[in-house]
Ligand binder design. Structure first.
Ligand SMILES: Nc1nc2c(ncn2[C@@H]2O[C@H](COP(=O)(O)OP(=O)(O)O)[C@@H](O)[C@H]2O)c(=O)[nH]1
Ligand SMILES: [Mg+2]
Length: 461
């Protein structure tokens, strides 16, 4: 008879061809599969050289084989690993050979990690940290993801939950065993103290301005403004490559061009947009529409204008929520035409009401590079302030926030009930708070409430 739980296998390394390909097998028949393919099962956690054969006994490749018996493996199950030569045909032949073994099937997306979670190797927040670590593109993102994988939030949530269970145990004891001699009289007060402390700590964790989510997503900077102002030239300057087409013809950029940057360790997504102007060209029209939309949802808008021309303020979309920097480009043209720009002269003076949203102003030349140092420095500083400064973020996803808001809500109600002396409702709200915290880490378990009652209060029965 086959075991109920299928054994799964997959290519765990990146896209072939590559020097090495790692194939992993996890589940009750992982050992049998390894033996079928390589003829042996190595000592646990020791790499050995093995000939990998197909069902006909033909050698497919020579590989390093590793064996991780349960529970000391990534998934908590028996796990085998083959480090093969990373060619497409090698991988295809090995996966085909594995697929022919009874009880084995290809893994679904995330299935190894899911098994690790189900076997208690990782809690949900660590699973999310692992996903973020794999996706991390910059140092700051990597750091945040690794901290989360290692339990920055999970451990905190678990310790909060333990304290809640402690409070709940006190209230339950008061309700269930109030006529027992061993139970101290006043159990409610310490329970409420615990609830109050937790409520305040969770409120403090929630008041972080969404820093963790921001760092995961990166700072989104939209370059917008009238046509021909030099937006695409500026994007290429910042990206240090020719990502966008630059041309003297107005209306060249039509779709939104997206460039991902690592700015001093912080992730920045730079968007180049179509020049915003009235147009009859249907394609350009759509480009302008997209430009407006992207500018409206960006975190920072660089409104680029030609320093030598006048500014069509009406073109500027309504930008209330985001930071807006005015970039006066092409200052090189001013000096060649021998026009001097008074440093203090600003567009704000003429159009006070329209430019009231502008937070900073820069003067530069995207072609000569004049003024770019100051601008780049300001951009990097802004990314750092916006994304990272201060303590490591505890919450990195909306899911965390929702779970903690629910917990906080239940605690607030518990505190209100505690004051009115309704013990049963107090207990119910504490139970609810513990459950929402359990959802955060993926561990919802009521048995441990009973454990604490019997451990801490020698009820004697
Ligand atoms: N002299 C000068 N020309 C520039 C500067 N920046 C861009 N240009 C030129 O202005 C034209 C329009 O530039 P482009 O980046 O395509 O503008 P966009 O329409 O805003 O994207 C091109 O011919 C560029 O070479 C600058 O700082 N100085
Ligand atoms: Mg352009």
């Amino acid at each position: 008879m086959l075991p109920a739980r299928p054994t799964i296998f997959a290519l765990s390394s990146g896209r072939p061809p590559a020097a090495i390909a790692v194939v992993r097998i996890s589940g009750p028949r992982a050992g049998a599969a390894l033996k079928t393919l390589s003829g042996k099962i190595p000592q646990p956690r020791q790499a050995v050289l093995a000939k990998v054969r197909d069902a006909n006994g033909e050698i497919i490749d020579e590989a390093l084989a590793l064996w991780f018996p349960a529970p000391h493996s990534e998934t908590g199950e028996d796990t085998a690993e083959l480090q093969l030569h990373g060619g497409r045909a090698v991988i295809a032949a090995v996966l085909a050979a594995l697929g022919q073994i009874e009880g084995l099937r290809p893994a679904e997306a995330g299935e190894f990690t899911r098994r690790a979670f189900e076997n208690g190797k990782l809690d949900l927040t660590a699973v999310e940290g692992l996903a973020d670590l794999v996706m991390a593109e910059t140092e700051a993102q990597r750091r945040q993801a690794f901290r989360q994988l290692k339990g920055l939030l999970g451990d905190r949530a678990e310790s909060w939950r333990q304290r809640l269970i402690q409070a709940l145990a006190l209230v339950e004891a008061r309700i269930d065993f109030s006529d027992e001699a061993d139970v101290p009289e006043d159990l409610l007060r310490p329970a409420i103290e615990i609830a109050r402390g937790l409520h305040d700590e969770i409120a403090a964790a929630l008041a972080d301005a969404g820093r963790g989510e921001r760092l995961r997503e990166g700072l989104v900077v939209a370059i917008a403004g009238p046509p021909n102002a030099g937006k695409s030239t500026l994007l290429n300057r910042i990206a240090r490559r020719e990502a966008a087409i630059v041309s003297p013809y107005a209306g060249t950029t039509r779709d939104v061009i997206e460039v991902h940057l690592d700015l001093d360790g912080y992730p920045v997504t730079l968007l180049d947009t179509a020049g915003i102007r009235a147009t009859d060209d249907p394609v350009e029209k759509q480009g302008v529409q997209r430009a407006r939309e992207r500018a409206a949802t960006a975190d920072l808008v660089l409104w680029v204008v030609d320093a030598s021309g006048s500014v069509d303020a009406a073109a500027m979309p309504d930008l209330q929520k985001q930071t807006v920097w005015l970039v006066r480009n092409k200052i090189d043209l001013l000096s060649t035409r021998n026009e001097s720009v008074d440093k203090n002269e600003s567009l704000f003076n003429n159009n006070e009401s329209i430019f009231k949203n502008i937070d900073e102003e820069f003067r530069l030349s995207a072609t000569t590079g004049a003024g770019l140092d100051v601008f780049f420095h300001a951009l990097a500083k802004h990314a750092e302030n916006y994304l990272g400064a201060g303590e490591p973020a505890l919450l990195t996803r909306e899911r965390h926030r929702l779970a903690l808001k629910d917990t906080q809500g239940a605690l607030a109600r518990a505190l209100a009930e505690g004051a009115s002396g309704r013990e049963d409702i107090l207990a119910e709200e504490l139970r609810l708070a513990a459950r929402t915290l359990g959802k955060l880490t993926g561990r919802v378990d009521v048995e441990d409430i009973l454990d604490v009652i019997f451990r801490d209060f020698c009820i004697g029965k």
